[in-house]
Design a protein around this ligand. Structure first.
Ligand SMILES: CC(C)(COP(=O)(O)OP(=O)(O)OC[C@H]1O[C@@H](n2cnc3c(N)ncnc32)[C@H](O)[C@@H]1OP(=O)(O)O)[C@@H](O)C(=O)NCCC(=O)NCCS
Length: 218
């Protein structure tokens, strides 16, 4: 019994609730307490258990820049950067973004098609930037942009843009929740929508890939 004599469960009934639904499957229930405070609960579907809403984050909280000098061990027999090395650096930048956004263990789920549009030579400086565009319950879409800079002249060439999906996992290696993304500017909203479209296409490809997983284990 509370000090004002009203049992806690009766107070709860007097509270007002409001629910917001988002396209990424996220539902937010807002419970207004009679005292004027409010609490946000996030859930996915009506049957899942409520949990306190994770605080959303800005893409700026995890934005990452990396520069690498292309050295002999990074090159192929033509003294150009080996493609596999660039993929490693791309994955590395994206892993940092995923870690900073989620503060969870994360794994690379997928890398969308990757086009190398201009060669990178030994001695060039490679610039990579990673930013998060889109999130679902447990996944993060991270965009990595790459360009190279000629060491002696400073001339810059665009190399590629690619999108990676990282999945946050718990101690049992099962997908777990990540914070949502703050969407304030038109650019942030646009990127989120584009990420959502790519995610739909990716889901389709994932279903195809998972069929092979089932066939393999038969
Ligand atoms: C990623 C992994 C944890 C997903 O497990 P799962 O049982 O398939 O997960 P679920 O089916 O519950 O899917 C959870 C979410 O992740 C997404 N997802 C799962 N596998 C994915 C993949 N390979 N790529 C992109 N997204 C993926 C699902 O679409 C789903 O997204 P949603 O929240 O938008 O609905 C699991 O496949 C794994 O451990 N893969 C190996 C990852 C790894 O080792 N990477 C390093 C390179 S080998």
């Amino acid at each position: 019994m509370a000090s004002d004599g009203v049992p806690a469960h009766k107070k709860f009934k007097a509270m007002e609730t409001e629910m917001f639904q988002f396209q990424n499957g996220e539902n937010i229930t807002c419970i207004y307490h009679p005292t004027g405070t409010r609490k946000l609960y996030i859930h996915y579907g009506i049957t899942s258990r409520f949990r306190m809403a994770m605080e959303k984050k800005s893409w700026k909280d995890s934005y990452t820049e990396l520069q690498r000098l292309v050295l002999p061990p990074d090159t192929n027999i033509f003294n150009d950067l080996y493609g596999g090395r660039l993929v490693e650096w791309i994955d590395n930048v994206a892993a940092i973004v995923a870690a900073k956004h989620s503060r969870r263990r994360t794994v690379t789920g997928s890398i969308d098609s990757l086009f190398f549009l201009s060669p990178i030579h030994m001695g060039d400086i490679v610039h990579l930037t990673g930013r998060i565009n889109y999130v679902t319950r447990s996944t993060m879409e991270i965009e990595v942009d790459v360009y190279s800079e000629e060491g002696l002249t400073g001339e810059k060439s665009f190399t590629t843009t690619c999108f990676l999906t990282y999945v946050a996992i718990n101690q049992d290696s099962r997908p777990t929740e990540v914070p949502g993304l703050i969407l304030e500017t038109d650019d942030e909203i646009q990127r989120f929508k584009q990420g959502e479209s790519r995610s739909v296409a990716r889901h389709q490809n994932l279903l195809e890939a998972k069929k092979k997983l089932t066939d393999f284990s038969r």
